[in-house]
Design a binder for this molecule. Structure first.
Ligand SMILES: N=c1c2ncn([C@@H]3O[C@H](COP(=O)(O)OP(=O)(O)OP(=O)(O)O)[C@@H](O)[C@H]3O)c2ncn1[C@@H]1O[C@H](COP(=O)(O)O)[C@@H](O)[C@H]1O
Length: 105
């Protein structure tokens, strides 16, 4: 898995021991899941607007914000990027139609 994702996941775990006034990530945990989900919604909207505007720098910046807040949500739920990467890896060998069939939809 990508080193940066793994290293960030380790920092996010460590932040569970820190106080909210020392760390932005700790403050997100302290505010709870609903706040983290609200941040994901905001960052997703900002990413969509950046893409609609065709602003490449902004797309990268906002997507990084979105991925970061998704990483915080995963850590809050006791998950990490490796599980998501593994799921993408599993799908990679399948065609889109095979993947759809496996979902039973
Ligand atoms: N990658 C990030 C990262 N990306 C975005 N952000 C923060 O996410 C927030 C984005 O939300 P907004 O744009 O709405 O800005 P805001 O108004 O300040 O946010 P809110 O106060 O409304 O939540 C900003 O405060 C950014 O600084 C991040 N904060 C931290 N990290 C990583 O997490 C690590 C741990 O961070 P701390 O816990 O703060 O030390 C850092 O070393 C970085 O590697």
């Amino acid at each position: 898995m990508n080193d940066v994702l793994q290293q960030l996941a380790e920092v996010l775990e460590q932040r569970k021991q820190q106080s909210a006034d020392q760390s932005y990530v700790a403050s997100l945990y302290a505010k709870g899941l609903d706040h983290i989900l609200k941040k994901i919604g905001e960052e997703a909207t900002e990413t969509v607007i950046a893409a609609k505007d065709g602003d490449k720098d902004k797309i990268i910046y906002e997507t990084a914000d979105l991925w970061f807040h998704c990483m915080v949500m995963l850590a809050d739920q006791g998950l990490g990027p490796e599980q998501v990467i593994n799921e993408l890896q599993r799908r990679f060998g399948l065609s889109g139609l095979e993947e759809k069939a496996q979902r039973g939809s």
